[in-house]
Design a protein around this ligand. Structure first.
Ligand code: PMP
Length: 420
């Protein structure tokens, strides 16, 4: 970062010194004993009059939201330190031309880091798109099949169901299995699946965010020319995945890898170029692949944030290490539920319980509101289950620290002791 004088009339808002992140304001604008939440100001200090030191977790909660979700603190602090003046460019990433060399270096590094995290082979394109995973519910059939083509949907939750319903507009999809009648608690055995031998693709949702059902391995399409397509929005980069098993993977960023507004598509290159005629230009993968995701203005800041997250995941040792941490976190939470003698209950079959989204109910459902209120007092927020399921849901994505899960488990035990 370019050095900027602290004495300049309009001193910079942000600067990073060593490991300390400081928030700087022109003297005249600094109120003493400010009530601003994320920093405190000492009025007695001299140099410190203009510095407010932000300590990491000071004002942050443990955010168990399903998405947008918690981001790694060190990533947020790095983004903060680079916000005002990115790498001496004199501007923030939000202000850069998406075609300039600075932003190009950002998107290229984000892609390279993602490729190395997931070991994405060269014959796959990586696209940074917009419109959320919901847009992909339409883009997938529009790009991978002609209007009358058959495709299979294996539905293990409401996101897979939504994807199926959208596909009906563009091809001939069939639900080959649905867990709806059992309230989505399992993944079927692959042996008995009635896969269509002509299906252009088989679609799964690798992790159903609402019901907490996660595929631990993957079915193979019966059509030798068909491909497996996965919505990985809520477990993207949470563990190693053999990309070569898939023709296409898509994931909204706002759970594990960044802010909302970015949707990542990883698609085998030989599948590109056959989009239906009616495909809007913004939904045509080939156009985005040919233009390195820069056909139009991409979600630049979101891509930059994803890049910081990828860098952080690599620093942690890659997805093998990340998976170990996620297993540990999920393990202690599921154990606490299973050992509660029925006070808490997770309805999902043990073998497919999600490492990312842990739904659970209280035996005494009348205590739910109190549970949420008490948890919030302890700075643990967004634990309410999805409106279509009720109960609780703790989303414990990559960025949820072990300490957050340990605190939740201690709270749950304490709450049980008080109310059993
Ligand atoms: N798929 C899954 C698995 C999801 O969890 C979500 C969002 N929660 C979506 C798709 C839809 O994503 P978006 O809101 O980004 O369109």
């Amino acid at each position: 970062m370019a050095a900027t004088s602290l004495n300049a009339p309009n001193a910079p808002l942000l600067q990073k010194t060593h490991q300390t992140h400081v928030f700087l304001k022109p003297i005249s604008t600094i109120p003493c004993q400010t009530s601003a939440k994320r920093f405190s100001i000492s009025c007695s200090a001299t140099t410190q009059d203009r510095l407010s030191v932000q300590s990491q977790s000071q004002d942050r909660v443990f955010n168990f939201a399903a998405g947008p979700a918690t981001l790694p603190e060190n990533v947020l602090l790095k983004a903060q330190s680079e916000l005002y003046n990115w790498h001496g460019s004199g501007m923030s990433v939000m202000e850069m031309s998406h075609r300039g060399k600075d932003f190009r270096s950002i998107i290229e590094k984000a892609e390279a880091d993602l490729r190395s995290l997931l070991k994405i082979p060269e014959n796959y394109a990586v696209l940074f798109l917009q419109g959320g995973a919901t847009t992909q519910f339409a883009a997938v059939p529009l790009n991978l099949c002609a209007p009358g083509d058959s495709v299979d949907y294996l539905v293990t939750g409401s996101w897979g169901d939504k994807a199926f319903k959208e596909a009906k507009k563009y091809c001939n999809p069939k639900v080959i299995w649905s867990g709806k009648s059992e309230n989505y608690v399992r993944v079927p055995s692959f042996d008995g699946l009635e896969l269509n031998p002509n299906a252009k693709y088989l679609h799964i949702c690798a992790n159903e965010t609402i019901y907490g059902v996660e595929f631990k391995d993957y079915p193979v399409p019966r059509n030798p020319n068909g491909v497996l397509v996965a919505d990985m929005s809520s477990n993207f980069c949470s563990k190693p995945v053999d990309v070569t098993k898939f023709g296409l993977i898509y994931a909204g960023a706002q759970k594990n890898v960044g802010p909302s507004g970015v949707c990542i598509v990883i698609v085998r290159k030989d599948l590109l170029g056959n989009a239906q005629e009616i495909t809007p230009v913004m939904l045509d993968y080939k156009i985005h692949a040919d233009n390195n995701s820069l056909y139009n203005t991409p979600p630049c800041y979101g891509i930059y944030m994803c890049g910081l997250v990828f860098e952080d995941l690599l620093k942690q040792g890659g997805l093998e290490e990340v998976e170990k941490k996620n297993q540990k976190k999920a393990g202690i939470l599921y154990n606490a539920i299973d050992e509660s003698k029925g006070f808490y209950r997770c309805p999902v079959e043990k073998s497919v319980r999600s490492l990312m989204n842990v739904p659970f109910t209280l035996e005494k459902s009348e205590l739910e509101a109190e549970f949420l209120k008490e948890a919030e007092k302890e700075k643990m927020v967004q634990l309410k289950g999805h409106r279509s399921v009720g109960g609780m849901r703790a989303s414990i994505y990559n960025a949820m620290p072990l300490a957050g899960v340990e605190k939740l488990v201690a709270f749950m035990k304490d709450f049980q002791a008080k109310h059993a």
